[in-house]
Design a protein around this ligand. Structure first.
Ligand code: SAH
Ligand code: SF4
Ligand code: F3S
Length: 439
């Protein structure tokens, strides 16, 4: 690798989950604190950070095609190319392989080590490549610069890692063991986010409801503390595991007005044999019991989930159970995926891998059912009046987009500004969004 001049501009591209979005924002702030500025639209950056996702094969392979494209398209007249850093979960899982397969990459940094990027960039300017996939005891959060400007809806990672080891999933390997960030740090960061313009904060974690403070208090204590910040209007959290839904957190949906009526609680399958093979440690019944408890305290709660079709050994009848569960729950919005075998996970070598054509057909049927469910949920909202947090401009002149309390996208035409919380009547529904009228 040739020595390169210190980068003047950067671009961070994040893939995967919201925690990666959060990490991408923090990396951008770190680079800015080093005097590197964000490349403007259309301008090629001196440093490109690919913040990658390893959850499914397609996501993981994307990084190699991106690297190829960057080096080919962006090679300059003098033969130089931008510095490339690979961050995120592919970096963690395939660090050495990336170095071997992609000579254009000069830095590989895992999700727990990216606070060390400045030193790695320094190395790269001397022509030295580096890999850092440590999960150090000193956490990145302690060493990152403070948050500055954010949009009206901001993310705050409160918990990282996973100890659940579902048999299909790479997250316990790429993100490490479950850790909770300290209560006081989180309240302080939330305060800074609000000062920087946030009106809504979404608390993030791979198992966010497993968050505990030093005194073993659960997520509801953090929610209560943040609700006391006057300028903060809304609190959300994601992603939760069914087994970590405590009574305290469920009751917060009744007691804390700023906690929005939305719960993302992945179930993955509607069949107990499949759930067991997935090592999900909950059953269909225990999952439904949690939903009943939540609905009892918050009848209008919008429910969401994740599904996998074609897990090894899944029969037609077992898949039908998933469709039945979807009918029964009445989800507001969901994510659904074809099973993707991941290297090193137990399910990848299980017998009964399901052919792609079967998975395609199951996914289509599931997604059609989920679309119907979302449409029904949205149609039932027509006529409701609610607060909408304005997040961005719409495609048409004078049109704005925002979110309802139930996380529905609402578009309407009015004279408002980003960050306003306005009263809207919901007047028309589609499966993915609603039209509203300012009251
Ligand atoms: N911690 C969360 C989310 C983890 S990843 C949870 O426990 O639900 C987000 C979603 O990706 C998962 O909920 C699952 O539906 C999906 N997923 C994870 N591994 C997968 C795999 N190997 N193939 C297909 N989908 C997968
Ligand atoms: Fe993956 Fe399961 Fe952990 Fe979720 S709970 S991150 S699906 S291992
Ligand atoms: Fe992907 Fe890592 Fe998130 S694998 S889904 S970026 S935790």
């Amino acid at each position: 690798m040739r020595p390169a001049p210190p980068p003047q501009t950067y671009r961070v591209k994040s893939f995967g989950c919201q925690m990666n979005v959060y990490d991408g924002e923090r990396m951008a702030e770190l680079l800015a604190s080093q005097g590197i500025r964000p490349a403007s639209e259309g301008e090629e950056a001196d440093l490109v950070v690919l913040n990658t996702c390893h959850i499914r094969e397609k996501a993981a392979e994307k990084v190699y095609s991106d690297i190829g494209r960057i080096t080919k398209e962006w090679r300059r007249d003098d033969g130089s190319a931008p510095l490339i850093a690979v961050a995120g979960c592919v970096a963690q899982a395939e660090g050495e392989e990336i170095m071997a397969r992609a000579p254009a990459v000069s830095m590989v940094v895992g999700p727990q080590a990216y606070h060390r990027l400045p030193q790695m960039i320094e190395e790269a300017t001397h022509g030295r490549r580096s890999v850092d996939t440590d999960m150090p005891a000193e956490t990145k959060f302690d060493t990152l610069p403070a948050r500055r400007s954010v949009g009206p809806s901001a993310f705050l990672t409160v918990q990282e890692g996973c100890d659940k080891f579902c048999t299909y999933c790479v997250v316990p390997y790429t993100r490490g063991a479950e850790i909770s960030r300290p209560f006081a740090d989180l309240v302080a960061e939330a305060q800074r986010l609000v000062e920087a313009g946030a009106r809504e904060i979404t608390l993030l974690g791979q198992n966010v409801n497993a968050w505990r403070d030093e005194a073993e208090r659960g997520l509801e204590k953090l929610v209560e503390a943040l609700a006391a910040i006057p300028q903060l209007a809304r609190i959300r959290y994601t992603t939760s595991h069914p087994n970590d839904m405590t009574d305290g957190l469920i009751e917060a949906h009744r007691d804390v007005a700023k906690l929005m009526p939305f719960l993302h609680l992945p179930v993955q399958s509607g069949n107990d044999r499949v759930l067991k093979a997935m090592n999900r440690s909950h059953t269909v019944e225990s999952y439904l019991r949690v939903l009943d408890q939540v609905r009892a305290v918050r009848p209008d709660i919008a429910l969401s989930g994740d599904f996998i079709v074609g897990f090894p050994g899944e029969t037609d009848a077992e898949f039908e159970d998933t469709l039945k569960l979807v009918e029964r729950v009445g989800y507001a919005q969901c994510f659904s995926f074809k099973y993707s075998p991941r290297p090193g996970t137990p399910a990848a070598t299980m017998e009964g891998q399901v052919p792609m054509a079967v998975m395609d057909e199951r996914l289509q049927r599931l997604q059609a059912a989920l679309q119907r469910s979302s449409l029904a949920f949205n149609q039932a909202s027509v006529g409701r009046r609610c607060a909408v947090l304005v997040e961005r401009r719409g495609r048409h002149e004078g049109q704005w987009l925002g979110k309802s309390p139930w996380l529905q996208s609402v578009h309407f035409t009015a004279d408002v500004a980003i960050g306003d919380l306005v009263e809207v009547e919901l007047i028309e529904a589609g499966p993915n969004s609603l039209a509203g009228r300012l009251i």
